[in-house]
Ligand binder design. Structure first.
Ligand code: ATP
Ligand code: MG
Ligand code: MG
Length: 590
């Protein structure tokens, strides 16, 4: 993949492929359950990655980075990427989220069909399928003297764990025999003990400088209904125990996670080393590599906080076009190509930083510009009357105008519309008393109506409050765009317009950043206080007749305004609704 810029993960993968690191994977000890696990026989020639979301919310732009990274690396190196639902936590999970995650991955352009010779039809996994194996692994650790049941209170455990400055102290339950621990653990499983009354802990080192190695809890009692396993279990594995096992069972080679898990890596390795010794998983086991999570200015990337915006009705739902969720971005007008380009441009690094929101918008603009059909729209219309129209063009007459669908793609053809005596123009394109440097309409000035004629402004009408209600101008004959000699009259301004005669009414939704602070949840302030009260503006606009045929999700460049998408939910034939996806220029810093 010479055309892709390298990064530390690509280098690691290329080295492992060159050295055949995973080519001789085998099980040590006696054959364990691993031989029967879901992923089947080793597939040594391939890199295997995984994207392991917890199905407890809708995915956001940070997850898009991770999806593009994992599925993209698998694609580039002839490997496989698993979509794995990390559903070991019974309480927060829901099939609504499972379905939305599948949709998001597919929409982004990735799938989980297994093209591998291992012969499995799908690379769709769910961690709860491994509960039996995880339980077996826990019993193995107990039998081998690597785990014990601790009956201290939560508070006692917290105190005895110590802190950065002080080593921990051993639990009085730490010296129980494997037989005692096994009996206790089975009682936990069989529901003989209260929730929270005891936990299973790995027996590692209470004095370790890494607090994660001070006998972390690996199983807890929790009487909760699981969306997949129902009431079968009243004990559930902790995430830090479950995750390495999931990776190992699926024969993942490179387990990519965000930097905050760096301190967990020693436990990841400790656990899989023990299970390799016991012959429960194959060796070499998967390795964890950390990369910087996406932090995007003006954006929250936390499912919990995004959920709060939804449940507190600060936005219209998970797919509100202002939300950084994949469904929100999609509704706003983002495309898979734009998010892939964004992921490529930000790359992967080993240190946290903030990506400027303009990088995301730039990726959308750069992917839409070459393909989006053009159209004229007047977002804040005021009527312009061409007072000499009847004399010059003929009373009631309409004149045909046309424009390319796309300026660089003549093969896409032309759009046509008509000009008549009355046209809609932008209110801001007229000034009775023009400020310096204003080249558009003011009395005495000439401008071109784009794809139409040159006109000269003659005046305006006002209401009792002095608000302009209509602008008047005269049409200058023989200046129509595309006709010989049409550029004889020089003008400094060109304005967009829509003929009153064939205008289509449309609702246009303009969006601004959802938060006024670049780091919405920093500084101790509640992020709700940082919401931008002006993040949505709804306009009744007029658009050119070609847009009457727009279908939901279609994207356009409204000339001079930006890129717009027909709303996926509310747009309908006869009731067009367009969302501002991104402006024409980077206005983020304004
Ligand atoms: P949240 O904190 O928003 O709930 P999470 O990390 O708990 O996110 P998971 O469902 O566990 O959500 O995430 C699945 C994968 O997505 C993980 O491998 C995680 O590393 C990755 N991921 C989550 N957030 C980001 C982010 N901001 N940037 C890059 N990757 C991310
Ligand atoms: Mg998580
Ligand atoms: Mg998180």
């Amino acid at each position: 993949e010479a055309h892709k810029p390298s990064n530390f993960l690509r280098q690691i993968i290329e080295k492992d492929l060159a050295e055949g690191t995973y080519g001789s994977r085998r099980w040590g000890g006696s054959p364990g359950d691993a031989a029967h696990h879901a992923a089947g026989q080793p597939d040594p020639a391939r890199v295997r990655l995984r994207f392991p979301p917890e199905p407890n919310g809708y995915l956001h732009v940070g997850h898009a980075k991770s999806i593009c990274l994992n599925f993209g690396l698998a694609r580039d190196y002839g490997g496989v990427c698993h979509l794995r639902f990390d559903d070991t936590n019974p309480e927060k999970e829901d099939t609504e989220y499972v379905n939305s995650i599948k949709d998001a991955v597919q929409w982004l352009g990735f799938g989980w069909d297994n093209k591998s010779p291992a012969g499995h039809e799908s690379n769709l996994y769910q961690a709860s399928d491994y509960f039996d194996f995880m339980y077996r692994a826990a019993e193995y650790l107990i039998e081998a003297g690597h785990a014990y049941v601790d009956e201290q209170t939560v508070e006692q455990m917290r105190i005895s764990r110590g802190d950065f400055a002080h080593p921990g102290t051993d639990s009085p339950f730490r010296s129980r025999t494997p037989e005692q621990n096994l009996a206790r653990f089975r009682e936990m499983r069989d529901g003989l003990h209260e929730d929270g009354s005891m936990v299973l802990r790995a027996k590692i080192d209470m004095a370790s400088p890494n607090i994660n190695l001070r006998d972390p809890a690996i199983y807890r009692i929790r009487r909760a209904h699981h969306h997949h396993t129902g009431d079968k279990w009243c004990i559930y594995p902790m995430y830090t125990f479950a995750h390495p096992i999931e990776d190992a069972l699926e024969q993942i080679t490179h387990s990519l996670c965000t930097l905050e898990f760096e301190d967990q890596r020693p436990f990841y390795d400790w656990l899989l080393d023990r299970l390799c010794e016991g012959g429960l998983v194959a060796t070499p086991h998967p390795h964890q590599y950390e990369f910087a999570r996406l932090n995007l200015t003006y954006v929250l990337t936390s499912k919990r906080k995004l959920a709060q915006l939804v449940y507190d009705h600060k936005v219209s739902g998970w797919d509100d076009p202002r939300m950084p969720t994949i469904v929100g971005l999609r509704r706003r007008g983002y495309t898979p190509e734009a998010l892939q380009l964004f992921a490529e441009r930000i790359g992967v690094t080993k240190s946290d930083s903030w990506i400027d929101y303009s990088t995301l918008e730039g990726a959308l603009r750069d992917t839409l510009d070459p393909i989006a059909p053009r159209a004229m729209a007047v977002l804040d219309p005021i009527k312009l009357v061409l007072t000499n129209w009847d004399a010059v063009m003929g009373a009631g007459k309409l004149d045909d105008c046309s424009a390319p669908v796309h300026p660089h793609h003549p093969e896409l053809g032309k759009r046509s519309f008509k000009i008549g005596k009355e046209v809609w123009i932008e209110r801001t394109d007229f000034e009775e008393t023009p400020p310096k440097g204003f080249f558009r309409l003011f009395p005495g000035n000439k401008v071109r109506l784009k794809y139409g004629h040159v006109i000269e402004c003659t005046g305006c009408s006002k209401d009792a409050n002095g608000n302009v209600t209509e602008v008047q101008a005269t049409l200058i004959p023989d200046t129509k765009s595309g006709t010989p000699g049409s550029d004889a009259v020089k003008v400094k301004g060109v304005i967009t317009w829509v003929g009153v005669n064939d205008a289509v009414q449309a609702e246009v939704r303009l969006y601004e950043r959802l938060f006024v602070e670049a780091h919405p949840d920093a500084g101790g302030k509640d992020f709700i206080e940082n919401l931008n009260p002006n993040s949505l503006k709804v306009l009744q606009a007029v658009v050119e007749p070609s847009l009457a045929a727009a279908k939901a999700d279609d994207k356009f460049q409204f000339e001079r305004h930006g890129y717009f998408a027909a709303d996926r939910v509310d747009h309908a034939a006869g009731r067009p609704v367009f969302n501002l996806a991104v402006g024409l220029k980077d206005s983020w810093g304004k």
